[in-house]
Design a protein. Sequence first.
Length: 398
Amino acid sequence: MPTISHKGRNMPESPIRKLAPFADLAKKKGHKVYHLNIGQPDIKTPEVAIEAVKNIDLSIIEYSPSAGYESYRKKLAHFYQRQNVNVNSEDIIVTTGGSEALLFALATITDPGDEIIIPEPFYANYHAFASSTSATVVPLVSTIETAFALPNIDEVEKLITPKTKAILICNPGNPTGYLYSETEIKQLAGLIKKHDLYLIADEVYREFLYDGDDEHFSVMNLDDVQQNVIMVDSVSKRYSMCGARIGCLVTKNKQVLATVMKFAQARLSPPTIEQIACEAAIDTPQSYFDEVISEYKSRRDTLITELNKIDGVIVTKPKGAFYCIAQLPIENSEDFAQWLLESYDLNGQTVMVAPAAGFYSTPGMGLNQVRIAYVLNKQDLITAVNILKEALLVYNKK
């Protein structure tokens, strides 16, 4: 029988989606499942985007240019400029979601065996993207005890080897909600300049900040290392358009852009209709974002308050995005998450969470942790956490 590739065998399963069959079975039993496992917002997509799709006047749905429509890239550049992010349309390549942007970035800058330093826990698909490009993830350990803060910059430097090609961060972070300060970003900039590395920043959640004077500092504003910086972005969360699958890769490095373009040409083009929707979405009024951020802040506060009522649970308050890592009084969160769906319900209701071990690269880390996405309304969050509380009592008795 022909063999499967080493790369394929090493491709990790998604901790977010691999328990989905058990959720489906729970629903077939008639149970209501509260999905805390996936960052699928219930916020409505902006009406201007929906209307743009409804009013499309096309006789042929053609390929778009490989870099994406120029009109969209220009409008997107103006959007970034309004946020004081130093970007021009020539710096942007439109991709099929932020995922493709990350794949293109890693494919462009790494050869098999090259190393990417990533603070952990990290978005689980970073590992999958690295596996796809035969790069090696080198985890930089951060802990729940320090609210997943970036370790001392000396600890980061210790991980750099001749094989290191980049440092990859998500700011604010998925799954932790950690927000990197301008000081921390500039410390990383000093490191990549010293060792001539790339800094890749996933800035998908840039708007989702909740505490007072906190501000997002984009890597695109690191003037002295512009040739070393790659930014990744997406419309999925900003406009609650996860299914549109439109993202972008942004860099001032023309050699990187030219190489990314070869990968972009190989996949032909990003989706046509979705780009039309995304171009329209840029006209979304500020009031939409004000309401969304206010709603998520309220949800965050509700979730953290309710989790802190459960004995033995440790959770830190995220500053951004819409996730948190919660440490539970159990030994194996994957077993617990499957048991919740397969064997437990409270009045016909149960909860789906994402086991956090899949967000770590270091073996044995995160075994008693889960990632929770606060994308449900406040009452549903209260109900879901109460189910979690009662389930833990039953689970720890069995």
